[in-house]
Design a protein around this ligand. Sequence first.
Ligand code: ATP
Ligand code: MG
Length: 399
Amino acid sequence: MKEIILIKNGEIALKGQNRSSFEAILIKNAKRRLKSLGNFRFSKAQSTIYAEPLEEDIDLDEAVRRLGKVFGIVGLSRACVVEKDYEDIREKSAPYLREVLEGARTFKVEAKRSDKSFPMKSPEICRELGGHLLEQFPHLRVDVVRPDVVVYVEIRDFAAYLHAGQLAGAGGLPVGSSGRGALLISGGIDSPVAGYMMAKRGIELTAIHFVSPPYTSERALLKVEQLLEKVSEYSGRIRFVVVPFTHIQEEIRDKCPEELFTVIMRRYMMKLAQRIAEDNGCGALITGESVAQVASQTMQAIACTDAVCHMPVFRPVIGMDKTEIVEIARKIDTFETSILPYEDCCTVFTPRHPRTRPTLELLEKAEQALDEQALLEEAMASLEYKSIFGEYVSGAPLE
Ligand code: ATP
Ligand code: MG
């Protein structure tokens, strides 16, 4: 039996004239995601996108799993393609739906007939097919209110489809439809979640990670790459930039008051991140900060960090509790990697008593001890570009 995946897009349906360009981005993303599984033909009609496998042995379970992580899709169904002929629908229904119906106690049939030339009306299709399935599976009962399984028959323009319901998609907007953002990613729990959340709003990610060898190890960097691999299952390709930060941190440690160390370091991170963001066509920075989670995330500290930024800084987890962030980290499967105990550059040289209410005046005075221009240029001159693409287009060059 020939199968197909029916894809329903959500919010993009609301976008008026932009709709077709949103759909085109969604299809491009979905195609990339399925590429390594085999050939698919994509088409769209009547607010549904069709992904039709063009080879016999394509793993459709895996295809559905991958598409379930593509933003912009609200629901997907794996369906059997049948002729627009009631006899064919009836004949294929029992064999195709056997497994789900054998595992159910109650069911109902729903029919959608967008091709009005089909000779049977929807209630008639439901009645006839319901009767047939009851004969085939005598243990079943019909329950129109809360059935275990709903059997859908969709009569459309070019074919009819038979399936047992829709799986929830990842929601959000197609990645790329909202531009690009630079995610400051540590090896912690919060920043991968922040990246996931902004990708969900259609932002393509460039990731920036600061390293301080020999204080931070190769394993710590590897951990960040693993996190990006996970995030990229949702966000698609991610360009990854590694920034050497040792010299800047040592200078701050040696020349600035200990209690201001963290905020000064964060201001330097933002300054560098902005330059990298601009070089990579990003219009915003993204961080995993949450108000008052640590000393550098008080309102005053955030104000001092923002004072060096001319780009918007998106902090999607700013108002979330740790438990709420952890819940998402578990859902996207970054949590177990995030809690591996490798050092981050933020945890080297941490002051014993960080100042929770820094002022700009204090900071600017302390920073005069540093040769800002030279430090920034030095770091910018030794950036390392790596690419992480997730499972499906590994190795392909970035456009
Ligand atoms: P996370 O769980 O994301 O590490 P956190 O609660 O540990 O966050 P901090 O360590 O204060 O908080 O970092 C705040 C934010 O700064 C992070 O969410 C991340 O966006 C950014 N950040 C911290 N360390 C790095 C790093 N080494 N490279 C890039 N960005 C970083
Ligand atoms: Mg951290």
